[in-house]
Design a protein. Structure first.
Length: 46
């Protein structure tokens, strides 16, 4: 991922954010979201 040159390009990123929620609609496990943040930040910085 670090060697990808996405500057000036349109990037489509598919992520799986099927996260468990409780009865009030609060996310109970944000692991999938947190693990995706590195990739998302790299794309936005390019």
């Amino acid at each position: 991922m670090k060697d990808w040159n996405v500057e000036g390009r349109i990037v489509l990123l598919r992520v799986d954010f099927n996260v468990p929620i409780d009865a009030q609609g609060n996310i109970t496990d944000d692991t999938r979201i947190v693990k995706s943040l590195t990739t998302i930040k790299i794309i936005f910085r390019s």
